[in-house]
Design a binder for this molecule. Sequence first.
Ligand code: DON
Length: 307
Amino acid sequence: MRDIQTVINSITEKMLPRLGAAKVADYIPELAKVDPKQFGIAVTTVDGQTFVAGDAKVQFSIQSISKVFMLTLALGKTGESVWKRVGREPSGSAFNSIVQLEREMGIPRNPFVNAGAIVVTDMVLAGHQPREAIGEVLRFVRYLADDETISIDNRVAKSEQTTGYRNFALANFMSSFGNLHHPVDHTLGVYFHQCALSMNCVQLARAGLFLANRGRNPVTGHSVVSEKRARRINALMLTCGHYDGSGDFAYHVGLPGKSGVGGGILVVAPGKASVAVWSPGLNEVGNSALGSVALEMLANEMGWSVF
Ligand code: DON
């Protein structure tokens, strides 16, 4: 096995000349302001060591990566009955697509497309006020990462709240099928805030470590989920974590991962490590362009793959 620090230093060096070539997400005005010329990576191994390179300590908006933490919370609250309201199949459609929802009676394909994540958020809300659920989400992510400094960027949440017409459409549509149990603005209020969680690569890699270590964070000793549940969350990340780019990501990287339009990707190498990369420029399916390339290099160099 190669030395992790050497490998990520060399990957970061290779990324530097390519910085800024891909475009940042601009449909959320606050995200459009982010400098695309950034790249960071953090690897936390199951024996608790963390390796970093590049802009690994710069905060960014985790966006859809939050959907992994929300699914974990919802499974903890309601168990397998989560699957009565959301499916487990890849969608083959864009993350914000509405087309399947009508044919499939308001049941989204999986918990990682926007529609599915909105339903999961509705489960986490569970009769509480939005601000209470937002507090719960923030506490959970701080607990996972063992870092009390993690916060939510309210400007990003507000920015999406005022421009998120697609998400309002998805939520209203699902409400018409009875698949949201709270007022649309309550559920989306929580959803926009979870997406606006601001983290750096180190915090994100640590927050995902329980998934690499059979459900237990080896650093804090906290048992977050059972081994079986960790495997299942990883299975969903592998099949659905990159939307209609999931097959390609599995082909090139071979590890469960979840992307966000802020340019972050969380990847799990079971039994080995949790990895967070961040570079804000996106590819055509809305996943970090350089992040995907860097992860392919890392998986190859380290020989990490679930296959
Ligand atoms: O709902 C949205 O559109 C964003 N808050 C999150 C989308 C996202 O991150 C898709 N990921 N690649």
